[in-house]
Write a protein that binds this ligand. Sequence first.
Ligand SMILES: *[C@@H]1O[C@H](CO)[C@@H](O)[C@H](O)[C@H]1NC(C)=O
Ligand SMILES: *[C@@H]1O[C@H](CO)[C@@H](O)[C@H](O)[C@H]1NC(C)=O
Length: 382
Amino acid sequence: MGTTARKMIRSCSQWRLLIAVSIMASAVSGRDLNQTTATDKEMKVQGGISRRPLVTALIVFGDSIVDPGNNNNLPDTRMKANHAPYGKDFTNHVATGRFSNALLPSDIIAQRLNLKPLLQPWLNVEHTPEDLLTGVSFASGATGFDPLTPQLVRVFTMDQELEFFDAYRRQLVSIAGEPEASRIISNAFFFVCAGTDDFANTYFMSPYRAGDYDIPSYVSLLVSGAESFLRNASARGARKMAFTGMPPIGCVPSQRTIGGGTRRRCEARRNYAALMYNKALQELINKLNGEPGFGTLVVYFDIYDIIEELAVHGDRYGFTEMTHGCCGSGLIEVTMLCDTRYMGVCDDVDKHVFFDSYHPTQRAYEIIVDHMFKNYVPLMHL
Ligand SMILES: *[C@@H]1O[C@H](CO)[C@@H](O)[C@H](O)[C@H]1NC(C)=O
Ligand SMILES: *[C@@H]1O[C@H](CO)[C@@H](O)[C@H](O)[C@H]1NC(C)=O
C-alpha cells in the first residue's frame, strides 16, 4: 500500500473517531436515586401539599441532550448510549440509551413541572396510555438542523421527529378523543434542544461543509433549519415552546482535546460560532413572536453562560473536575468509545461536570435545569 493510501485511511478513521467523539452534550449523575425514581404519586404529595402539574404534557425534540433512547434500535448508527457505563447511576444501573450517568434534562424538567419522574422516548419502550398523555421525547442523538448532520451518522432528522409527533397525536386522539388531544397539545410545554452537533460534528469535524460555508453562512443555514422546524411545530399546535441555544462547544472536554492545544484551553472558534448562532437564533425568535398569525410563544433558553460557568468555574458549584469526562481518559471518549468493555469509569461522578467527553453529568444537568427554571420558565406564562 502506498503512503498516500495509508494516510487517507488513517485520516478517514481519525475523522470517524472524531465524529463519534463529538456528539452533542448531555448527561447525568445519580446522587439521589430515591429522589430521581420517586413515583408520580410521591412527587405530588411531597411536603404534604399536592403539587399540581404546571402543564398538560412535556413534548421534546432535539439531540442527545434529550434523547432517552430513541436511537437504540437504529441499525446503522453508533450514536447510542445503551451500554455501560451509561446509566451507571440510573435505577438498577440500566443503560436506557440516555447519554449520561442517569437522568437527562428532559427527565428533570418533567419532574420540575410536576408531571412525572422520567420522560420516556417515543420509540423502544411500551407506553401506558397515562404516560402518553403527559408527553414523550422524540429526540435523536447526534441530529441537527443541517440536513447533512443526521445523514452523516444515520440518525433521525428533525423532520422525522415531527412525523413521530404526528403519529403520537393520532394515538392521543385514539386514547382520549380529539377535543382532549387538542387541549393537551395546546397546553403542553414544548422543549427543543438541537444545533450543537451541526457545528461540533458536521462543520468542524467533517470535510463536507467547511469548504463551502464560512461560520456566518453556516449559521444562516442552521437558523433557516430552525425556522422551518419552528413553523412546522407551530402549525401542529404548539403554543408554548422553549428553544435552547448552543453551549460553549469549545469548552467540552473532547473539543478542548481536539482544538485547545497542549493546554487544552476552550477552543475559541467553536465558542465564537456558538455565540453567533445564539444571536441569530434570538433574532429569529423575536421575528416569529412578533409575526401576526404565528400562534406560538417561543422563549429562547440560553445555556451558554451557565455551561461556561460550570466548565470553567465548576469549583464554585462543588465540582473538582471540569475538563475531563468521567468515562475513560475523559479526553475523547463518547458513545461507542465510552464503553466499560474497553475502559474504566471514575468513581466520583458528582465531582465531574462531564460524564463522557461531551455530555454533562446528571448533577451538572440539575444545575442547568435549575437555571432554566429560575430565568426562563417564568417567561413562558405556564
Ligand atoms: C433509598 O430508599 C431505601 C429504602 O426506602 C433506602 O434503604 C436507601 O438507603 C435509599 N437510598 C438513598 C440513596 O437514599
Ligand atoms: C416543514 O416545513 C417545510 C417547509 O418549510 C417542508 O418542506 C417540510 O416538509 C415540513 N416538514 C414536515 C415534517 O412537515
